[in-house]
Design a protein around this ligand. Structure first.
Ligand SMILES: [Zn+2]
Length: 308
């Protein structure tokens, strides 16, 4: 069988990653910045230019498929973007099928980026060989995805399994950006850090997770306190996910996991104490792929689609 030549695009919040796969091998990646001011059609033109470059440098005439990993809610049956963050807001009216058919004469699949990343971790990373997985991704918000009995969970409106960051951990808590109160994100996300910083007497105007964990390691009491709150929020969120989806393993990803040495043992401790799992303990593991999990995941999904 000839290896399929696929193009996979991971639309991140600040940048797009485009990968060229020969079979299951990622041959090359290219990163382009995502500009908030420009219309989605301009982003598509940039993608077209990069695909042309890949075709030229790898001497290929046709692409077998395109996979698009999207940071929003996606109808994977029709490839329609249902809801997405501000950067790509007009992608909800863009006809992706028409684009892939007319410009590249090839099939297209789409998936939510967290589900794509979980697929990658399941096939070749921290979830290999385990068919019941939950993944949470800690960063700007708290992303997530769920695999039950070897199938990605989608639900009627394509929202199932990926809204873990909006599980309520305090119904009298802070207003969340989703409309609810006291979601896990309100106590453990990049967007909530300035609020936590203010509450805890953080001395600077700016705060991000890297600064926070560096200050915690230096023993700054306000940083120790904020880190404790974040870890408690992530653990409470994970306990909810365990109760909802009954996984064998929870994979924790996101840039924050540079401090996995601090985060994982503490989360494990809290989860073991509070999760109701009479059969034993849920395994907690750091994601292995980080940056390229969604690319690998989409390529596997595309292969399943092409080779059936
Ligand atoms: Zn929320």
């Amino acid at each position: 069988m000839v290896n399929k030549k696929n193009i996979i695009i991971d639309m991140g919040g600040t940048r797009l990653k485009i990968g060229f796969f020969d079979g299951l091998r990622l041959m090359e990646t290219k990163i382009i910045s995502a500009c908030s001011q420009e219309a989605f059609v301009h982003t598509i033109h940039k993608i077209d230019a990069e695909i042309t470059n890949f075709c030229r440098s790898f001497h290929i005439g046709t692409i077998d498929g395109i996979g698009l990993s999207i940071p929003g809610i996606v109808d994977t049956k029709t490839n329609r973007v249902i809801s997405i963050n501000k950067k790509y807001s007009d992608s909800v009216t863009f006809d992706l099928n028409q684009w892939s058919a007319n410009t590249w004469n090839t099939i297209l699949i789409t998936e939510n980026d967290s589900r794509a990343a979980l697929m990658g971790e399941w096939k070749v990373g921290a979830g290999k060989g385990i068919d019941n997985l939950v993944m949470i991704t800690l960063g700007t918000g708290i992303g997530g995805a769920t695999l039950i009995e070897g199938k990605l969970l989608h639900g009627k409106h394509f929202q199932a399994g990926c809204l873990g960051g909006h599980f309520c951990i305090d119904f009298q808590g802070e207003q969340c950006n989703c409309g609810n109160k006291g979601c896990a994100e309100t106590k453990g996300s990049l967007w909530a850090l300035p609020i936590l910083a203010k509450e805890n007497g953080w001395p600077d105007d700016t705060i991000d997770f890297e600064q926070l964990f560096n200050a915690m390691r230096a023993g700054k009491p306000e940083a120790v306190s904020i880190v404790r709150t974040c870890i408690e929020a992530w653990s409470a969120c994970t306990v909810n996910l365990i109760h909802a989806y009954d996984p064998e393993r929870v994979i924790v990803g996101g840039g924050v996991m540079k401090s996995a040495d601090v985060i994982l043992p503490r989360m494990e401790n809290l989860i073991n104490r509070y999760a109701w799992t009479p059969w034993g303990k849920v395994d907690l593991k750091a994601a292995e792929f980080g940056d390229t999990a969604a690319l690998y995941g989409m390529n596997y999904l595309l292969h399943e689609k092409i080779i059936v």
